[in-house]
Design a binder for this molecule. Structure first.
Ligand SMILES: Cc1ncc(COP(=O)(O)O)c(C=O)c1O
Length: 447
């Protein structure tokens, strides 16, 4: 009897006839597909286990001294002292987020609050968008190099990637346009416009205008992941992609200024995407933590929670802009501290590709004989530090795993390191930078 799968009747017949039913799925069988997908996820390469006294310059998070501890404490005290506000913060709520928070975000974005959906940070916002818009095999434009953790989410969607090459001269929009004119029809373009992770590049106003024009002409959505928007070293960042276009989405986060542990951010959406994304959100985890939203509302002075916190003192700025201004001043100093040590102590010096803002330095080592992968091994095993090899941020031509590339060819930027400058106080960063310079100077790092 071999008709077991053709109909319910046949299945019943087979079972009655005594054939073995298919075995129950084991946990590993349940997980195998996910496991193989995870193998394909790109990231920053293999995690290393560093000795306990190491000072890795991997970064990605604010250092303790820049977190708004007093403001969060006051806001939490204020919230918990008010029984009705606290009770509301412990209840279910609306999927798009608290009204006061969305009003504050809407004012900041220049968009109606109805177009704002509060998320659990930028990564979650991206995941919601990819879920809402991508099907397997869809074309998606991605910067090259880019923030590689998006591939962890994209592995579940399996789009076909179309490169938007970023060189020192900016984006190769001509190459992208040629593909679009030839018939490529991507659904999305993923970009980090301000203080790009990893390179620090700021997309020029002319490039932004041209990409919006292409998005409107060819019908794709620009996903502007602007995690570093408030962190320009020289003051306010450029205007983001215009929300006046129905092909633009802003993905934002409070992570880099107020703290990533809050897991709070937002999407600013075109009207046509609000319903689908909100329904998706409702079907997944319903909404972000109301308690966290209510505390952040108070830190921002947003909505009905607006009021000054007592006794903050001069080192505890109030409101998002003041907190961001303090952070970006500190990051500019830390960026200069780390890069000046590397420049002085690495043989041949270094080239800082874009000193614009954000929390990373994209550092090119001038002496081409220095093998960055070998230097990284020395750093991890002997001098007690770490940095991310530039090649992990490039994906085009990558063959299943991390991007291809020698790690030493400055012509295509792969001879670069991404060095985190935000996550440690200056004296620790100084020590970390000296250790990295020692590794790059080590004879074993010479190819
Ligand atoms: C470009 C970019 N997008 C998103 C994120 C993640 O942000 P969040 O912590 O809000 O998920 C990061 C964090 O490093 C980032 O660099």
């Amino acid at each position: 009897m071999n008709t077991a799968t053709t109909s319910d009747t046949a299945t019943t017949t087979t079972t009655r006839a005594g054939a073995d039913p298919a075995p129950a799925l084991s946990p590993s069988a349940l997980l195998s597909d996910l496991g193989s997908r995870e193998d394909r996820a790109r990231g920053f390469g293999k995690a290393s286990s560093l000795p306990a006294d190491s000072i890795p310059l991997l970064g990605g998070a604010p250092s303790e001294d820049l977190l708004p501890l007093a403001q969060i404490r006051h806001a939490a005290e204020d919230l918990t002292a008010d029984p009705s506000a606290l009770a509301a913060a412990l209840q279910y709520s609306q999927s798009p987020g608290l009204a006061g928070l969305r009003d504050w975000i809407g004012r900041r974005e220049g968009a109606e609050p109805a177009r704002i959906v509060v998320t659990n940070g930028a990564f979650h916002g991206l995941s919601l968008l990819f879920d809402a818009l991508l099907d397997e095999g869809d074309a998606m434009i991605v910067e090259d190099p880019t923030y590689p953790l998006i591939f962890r989410d994209l592995q579940h969607k399996r789009p076909r990637l179309v490169p938007l090459r970023l060189t020192e001269r900016g984006f190769d929009i001509d190459a992208l346009e040629a593909r679009l004119v030839a018939g490529e029809r991507p659904k999305l373009l993923y970009t980090v416009p301000d203080h790009h992770n990893p390179t620090g590049y700021v997309t020029t106003p002319a490039e932004r205008a041209r990409l919006v024009e292409l998005a409107e002409r060819f019908g794709f959505v620009i996903v502007s992941d602007n995690a570093y928007h408030s962190l320009g070293f020289d003051g306010p960042s450029l205007p983001d992609y215009p929300l006046g276009s129905d092909r633009v989405v802003h993905v934002r986060t409070f992570s880099k200024v107020l703290g990533p542990g809050l897991r709070l951010g937002w999407l600013a959406l075109p009207t046509w995407l609000v319903g689908p994304v909100t329904r998706l959100r409702a079907n997944q985890d319903q909404h972000s933590s109301v308690l966290v939203q209510a505390i952040v509302e108070r830190v921002l002075g947003a909505g009905s929670a607006a009021h000054p916190a007592p006794g903050d003192g001069p080192l505890a700025p109030r409101g998002f802009d003041a907190i961001a201004a303090r952070a970006r001043t500190a990051y500019a100093e830390r960026f200069d501290l780390v890069t000046s040590i590397l420049d002085a102590q690495v043989p041949g010096g270094i080239e800082v590709v874009h000193r614009t803002g954000g929390i990373f330095a994209w550092v090119r080592v001038r002496d081409e004989r220095i093998d960055l992968a070998a230097a990284q091994r020395v750093a991890r095993e002997r001098t007690g530090t770490d940095a991310v090899l530039g090649r992990y941020f490039f994906w085009e031509g990558a063959d299943g795993g991390p991007a291809a590339g020698s790690g030493t060819n400055p012509a295509d930027d792969r001879g670069a390191l991404r060095v985190g400058i935000s996550h440690l106080p200056p004296e620790r960063l100084r020590e970390g930078a000296e250790r990295l310079a020692a590794a790059l100077s080590d004879p074993e790092a010479r190819g």
